[in-house]
Write a protein that binds this ligand. Structure first.
Ligand code: SR1
Ligand code: MG
Length: 403
């Protein structure tokens, strides 16, 4: 019989005490449940004597954001802990260390990163992260390359595809990102102020064609092992350090989906600067910082990915065929445009929004931010099959903000 049940804070302490050698004898442990995400319980356990601490993340058998009426597999805890371990091997220092995984309780025990802040909050507070582009480009280049057919044994990759089949969490993405925003779905969460713009999304045939193409790639293209939910709420940061967390949506999908998640969330913050900047000069400076971060991330990602391919490529023909690497990188950039756009749109009209926009107190500022985000998102989706350079993405964002 399964022993699974959602833990109380006291039970979390008892489990923490049983982790060999982590807390010293006589530790005085306190625990707080701090989960503010959409899906899980998160316990923060501290020893007030030694100052040592850890995090326990427990999956709930339903989506917390909606309630028990939306059941959700506990297998996502296995996927998350296994993905974190792979990421730790491929991109050391850029993810939390996993101390223990308990399949019965769907519980992952990991490094406490409370000396970092969630990047989304940091950006809302006007903090700049000068090393972020360097770190996240390394994370993405290494985790995507070395789990793809370009960088790992292709028979082993097939077994890994099987082990990371994640149908329930993929279904959330398929519905919330690639369907609901473009139809009259009861899942949608639309501010009355932008009802006209939301309605336009349901009637735009050209947009629907592009989203259908991107959705098909998401459904069928097992290109690399993705994080699957790489937004700025899944990143802990300081100006010196970046740690990627929460890969429970991991599965084999198109690489541009991860890169697009990062860019979309930087752009959502860009749109939210209608409010978060104290004046026009600060707004323009912070927005330029965000755009430079996007451009640098893509350039560094491309440089690192190509270097990994040249040095470690396992596919003879992919490495030997003249022009293939350029073709591949262009497709990847184009996918990135499309997924960036889809991930912006879903956060404005879909079920789950972002604080960068929703916490804007003034109605007019919030509406301007929402409209700006939708304009950028839909433009990028429509550009996905013709994009040639990252500068076009930057110019699209800048141009929309000037209108
Ligand atoms: C029902 S879960 C809603 C969203 O939260 C996660 O962070 C994913 O982005 C998902 O789409
Ligand atoms: Mg998450």
């Amino acid at each position: 019989m399964s022993t699974y049940h959602p833990l109380s804070e006291q039970e979390a302490i008892t489990i923490a005490q049983s982790i060999d050698g982590f807390f010293p004898d006589g530790a005085s442990l306190t625990c707080r449940e701090i989960g503010d995400g959409n899906l899980n319980l998160v316990f923060h356990i501290t020893d007030s004597l030694s100052g040592k601490s850890l995090i326990m993340k427990q999956a709930l058998p339903y989506a917390k954001v909606v309630g028990e009426s939306w059941p959700l597999t506990l297998d996502r805890a296995r996927i998350e802990s296994e993905k974190l371990i792979i990421e730790g091997q491929l991109a050391p220092g850029l993810v939390p260390v996993v101390y223990k995984y308990d399949p019965e309780l769907a519980l992952t025990v990991m490094e406490d990163l409370s000396d970092h802040v969630i990047m989304r909050q940091g950006l809302m507070n006007g903090i700049q992260y000068p090393l972020f582009a360097e770190h996240i480009s390394t994370f993405m280049a290494r985790t995507l390359f070395f789990t793809s057919d370009l960088g790992m044994n292709q028979q082993e990759k097939k077994l890994q595809v099987k082990s990371f089949i994640n149908p329930e969490l993929c279904k959330i993405t398929e519905d919330l990102i690639f369907d609901d925003p473009y139809t009259l779905s009861s899942n949608n969460n639309i501010s009355p102020a932008i009802a006209d713009a939301a309605d336009a999304l349901t009637r735009d045939d050209a947009l629907h064609l592009e989203v259908a193409i991107l959705r098909d790639k998401f459904l069928t293209n097992a290109q690399a092992l993705l994080h699957g939910d790489l937004h700025t709420g899944s990143i802990f940061a300081t100006p010196e350090s970046t740690k990627v967390i929460d890969p429970e949506f991991a599965f084999y999908g198109p690489m541009g989906f991860d890169i697009g998640a990062v860019f979309a969330n930087l752009i959502l913050n860009y749109a939210g600067q209608e409010h978060w900047s104290r004046d026009a000069e600060a707004r323009s400076e912070f927005r330029e910082y965000l755009l430079t971060t996007i451009a640098d991330t893509w350039k560094l990602f491309e440089e690192k990915f190509r270097a990994l391919w040249n040095e470690n490529g396992v596919d003879r023909l992919a490495s030997a065929a003249k022009g293939y690497q350029d073709y591949y990188m262009k497709r990847l950039l184009q996918d990135t445009f499309g997924y960036t756009g889809c991930k912006i749109v879903r956060r404005i009209v879909g079920l789950a929004h972002v604080a960068d926009i929703d916490r804007i107190p003034d109605d007019a500022d919030r509406e301007r931010s929402q409209r700006l985000a939708l304009e950028i998102g839909t433009s990028l989706i429509k550009m996905n099959r013709s994009a040639e350079s990252i500068d076009q993405l930057i110019n699209t964002v800048r141009g929309a903000a000037q209108n």
